[in-house]
Each structure stands twice: as structure tokens, then as C-alpha cells.
Design a protein. Structure first.
Length: 199
């Protein structure tokens, strides 16, 4: 599936069917992350199942403690341990156990071009598995991405994907009206560091 310009001059992903298929792919690897915030309740965000052995990547600000609860779109829940954190780049790794998972396809964020269509998946304001789309506004060297995409509290830690459903970043915040994501150019070395520390 690829993005194209339809006769009306609007950017689309092979029609609404293609968009819906990509959304389903992203929902399969996007999880709802909740953490205890003490006696005042729980904090919420999103995460991405990064590997078959249950590694979940999210934002450090989504998982500030030592553990979290991870829930899939189909209702399956798993306790997770925080196994690593990079506060400078707002990344955290969670480990869930007890099953084998299907990891997503990943694309080097440094190959993104301004104007490409991107899709955000997450759990904003309690809306489980919500999706939004927009265009890349700035990609730089792939470390951080900006897109004119709608994000809200709860999207943090969820995936940003290209028009083929490949993960290009982890959504982290809104700045100057733009959605900001940490690119896979930053995430991949973080994942490698987590893996090496577990061996």
C-alpha cells in the first residue's frame, strides 16, 4: 500500500480500505500502558510491542516506576517490568512474559521525507486504539520527527507509522501545534542496548 494523490488532490493510502488495514496492523502491536500513581490512581499511555519475546517500547514519562500493566486491544493483560530507561530521549523498555508476540515492521526514520503521510495510533483521552493521520513537517536526521498530526494525552508512547504501516517513531508530545515523535534512528540503538544488557 502506498500513498497517492486522488483526482480531488487529496493524499490517500490506496483508499479508505487501505487505511483501515494499516490501522488494524498498528492496533495489533499497540498496547495500553497503565501505571500506579500512588493513592491518587493510575496514569495512562501507550506502547509498542517491539519484539516477539515481549519487549514493549514506550516513553519514559509514561512508565516512571518499576512496573506497569500492559493491555492489548483484544483485552489480554500482562504485568510488565521496566527493564531500561533513557530519560534524555524519553524512552523506556518494558518486558512482558507469558506469550509470543508478532513484532511490527520498522523503517529507518532517517529515510522519511517531508510531506510523507504518517499515521499515529494510541489511546488518547481513554479512546482505545484511536488513529489519526497527517504529513511529516520536519524529519531532520531522523532523531525527532514533527508531523501535523492530532495527538492528545494517552497517545504518548504509541507508534508513528508510514503509509505502509512500518514504525518510524514513538509519539511523545505536542510542540507548537505539531505532533513530535522520537524516530527509530534513536529507538533502535536503545533497543540494542536493552537486549545486550539482558544477555
Amino acid at each position: 500500500m502506498a500513498a497517492g494523490v486522488n483526482p480531488a488532490g487529496e493524499l490517500s493510502i490506496s483508499g479508505s480500505t487501505g487505511f483501515a488495514q494499516i490501522a488494524e496492523l498498528l492496533r495489533a502491536v499497540t498496547v495500553h500502558v497503565s501505571v500506579s500513581t500512588g493513592r491518587y490512581g493510575r496514569g495512562f499511555g501507550s506502547g509498542v510491542v517491539w519484539s516477539a519475546n515481549g519487549l514493549v517500547i514506550t516513553n519514559a514519562h509514561v512508565a516512571p516506576g518499576a512496573s506497569a500493566l500492559v493491555e492489548f486491544q483484544n483485552g489480554r493483560r500482562f504485568p510488565a517490568s521496566v527493564i531500561g530507561r533513557d530519560a534524555n530521549h524519553d524512552l523506556a523498555g518494558l518486558q512482558i512474559r507469558g506469550a509470543v508476540f508478532s513484532p511490527p515492521l520498522v523503517r529507518d526514520s532517517a529515510t522519511l521525507r517531508v510531506g510523507e503521510l504518517v499515521i499515529a495510533m494510541g489511546n488518547p483521552l481513554g479512546e482505545i486504539g484511536a488513529v489519526s493521520a497527517g504529513m511529516v513537517h520536519s524529519a531532520g536526521n531522523g532523531d525527532y520527527l514533527e508531523a501535523d498530526i492530532r495527538l492528545a494525552p494517552g497517545n504518548s508512547g504509541g507508534p508513528l507509522a508510514d503509509s505502509e504501516g512500518r514504525i518510524v517513531g514513538i509519539n511523545t508530545c505536542i510542540a507548537n501545534g505539531m505532533g513530535v515523535a522520537i524516530g527509530t534512528r534513536r529507538i533502535i540503538p536503545f533497543v540494542a542496548q536493552l537486549m545486550s544488557s539482558r544477555n
